[in-house]
Design a protein around this ligand. Structure first.
Ligand code: SF4
Length: 284
């Protein structure tokens, strides 16, 4: 089937980046729309409580990126996912009623794509004593580095820095290929390093895009040099329409072993598979 290209691709020279947005059109009947069973664990709008001590909050389904391999491709771009004031209040009430939740992860969509909304949410969550750790996932440093000079995002980073003085705060940047480490992006990462946060990275193995030792070695070594610690390397989830991104897990495992041999422990991510039906991430 002929490949179609997403309209979100503008001014991108790297073929390895462009391919992340290709639609193939084939669908595997054994794939899932929501393999991580997030929808069935959404206890109040926007809050997924799947594991006892942690919760994931989808701030919105808006994202600068629209990666075609997104696990939540079923939702990305849908305006109905954006949290409203009463949704935020309900989330705060739920967190206060569940003091066993000590680790809160902001996701979406991209929480840094909606900085004003994310700021309102964080201002409320930071006061909840039982929440000890905060994490935020973002692809904005690669997708829209220019946004980091806007007042709205600067204000959000200021709040993150302030929260980071009292609670561990992790920023998890999502990167797929060393071509994404442009000069502009490196400046953003250097700025993030000045905040009171820990910088980690997350990457998905993508067939024929980054599934080679040389590509990933270059990327993880560069991230390490830039002060970002590689955290997770995922096998692509079994989501409907993502089949063309899912590679052979034995090949990926061999690459992961090679990476472990050539990178120092702190520069080498853990290769994991998010096991279907909600079992969570298991090392491969
Ligand atoms: S950046 Fe993350 S949330 Fe946004 S489309 Fe890509 S994978 Fe999905």
């Amino acid at each position: 089937m002929k490949e179609k290209v997403s309209p979100f691709l503008k001014n991108i020279d790297s073929e390895s980046i462009r391919r992340q947005y290709y639609i193939n059109g084939t669908e595997n009947p054994s794939a899932y729309s929501d393999p991580l069973m997030e929808d069935s664990h959404e206890v109040v709008k926007g809050l997924i409580h799947k594991y006892p001590n942690r919760a994931l909050i989808k701030v919105s389904y808006q994202c600068a990126s629209h990666c075609r391999f997104c696990t939540r491709i079923r939702q990305i771009g849908d305006p109905s996912g954006t949290l409203q004031e009463n949704d935020i209040d309900n989330i705060v009430i739920y967190l206060m009623q569940h003091p066993e939740i000590e680790d809160v992860i902001l996701s979406g969509g991209d929480p840094m794509y909606t900085p004003a909304l994310t700021k309102i949410l964080l201002q409320k969550i930071k006061t909840i004593e039982s929440v000890k750790i905060l994490r935020i996932g973002t692809r904005m440093p690669f997708q829209s580095p220019g946004s980091f000079s806007t007042p709205l995002l600067a204000n959000l980073l200021q709040l993150i820095d302030e929260i980071g003085q009292t609670k561990p705060f992790y920023i998890l940047v999502h990167i797929e290929h060393p071509d994404e480490l442009t000069t502009e992006t490196q400046k953003v990462l250097a700025h993030l390093r000045t905040l009171k946060v820990t910088l980690l990275s997350q990457t998905v193995f993508l067939k024929d895009i980054n599934d080679s030792f040389d590509t990933l070695f270059t990327m993880f070594k560069s991230l390490y040099h830039l002060g970002v610690q590689p955290y997770y390397l995922y096998h692509c989830d079994n989501v409907i329409g993502l089949e063309h991104f899912r590679g052979d897990i034995a090949k990926e495992k061999a690459i992961a072993v090679q990476l472990r041999e050539h990178l120092s422990g702190i520069a080498c991510p853990l290769f994991v598979e998010d096991v279907e039906n909600g079992y969570g991430k298991l090392p491969v």
